[in-house]
Design a protein around this ligand. Sequence first.
Ligand code: SF4
Length: 227
Amino acid sequence: MTDNVSQEEFPQPDPALWGPVKKGPVGKFFAPVAGFGVTLTSMFRKVVTEQYPEQRVPTAPRYHGRHQLNRYADGLERCIGCELCAWACPADAILVEAASNTPEAQYSPGERYGRVYQINYLRCIFCGYCIQACPTRALTMTNDFELAGPTRESLIYEKQDLLAPMGAQMLAAPHPMVEGTTDANYYRGEITGPTQGQVAWVAEKRPEDPTLAQAAQAAQASSERSA
Ligand code: SF4
C-alpha cells in the first residue's frame, strides 16, 4: 500500500533516458572513429588560446581589478577615512584608520583623512561592494589583474600602493584646501586644479617638493584665465 502511494506520488523517469544509447547500423559502423569527429571539427575552428604573458588581452572595460585611491585635481586625497568601504566588505579585507586633518597637515577636504588604508588581496573577492559604498568616489577599481606575490605580506596593499599616481598638474598633499571653499565644493566637482595660494603654502613648507614646478605653472595659467 505504501509502495503504491509512493509510486503514484513520485513516478520514476523513463529508464531509456539514462540507459546506454542504442545505435543503428550506421552508428555502429562509425563508432570506432566517432571520437575523431570532435578533433576534426575543432581543427578548423578559430584558435582562442591567449599567449599570456607575451600578449596581454585587454579586459572588459568594467572588469574588477586592483583598487585605486583617487585624488582631487588639486592633489588632495578623496578618502575621508569614513570606513564605509570596510564595513561593506563581506570578506573583511579592508582596514581603514582615520585621523584628523590639521592646518599644518591637510590631506583631504574636510575634517578627516584615511591615515591607514590596507586591502588584503588574499581575502578580497573583487565583488565591488566597497566602491559602491564610498561616498566620495575615493575608491574605484582598475583593470589591473596581475595580483600575485611571493609572500602573504606582499599581498596586503598599503595606502601608498593604492593611491593613484599624481596627475601632471597636481600638488602633492598635504596642503590647505582651495581658498574660500568647503568640502562640499570638492564633492560637487568644482575644484579644477591647484591655486597660487596652495602653491605658495607648499613652496614655503616643502620647497623641494617635486610637484611644485608644474603645479605653479597650472595655477598661474588658471589665474590668468579667470582674470
Ligand atoms: S575609500 Fe571611501 S568609503 Fe573607504 S574610507 Fe575612504 S572615503 Fe570612506
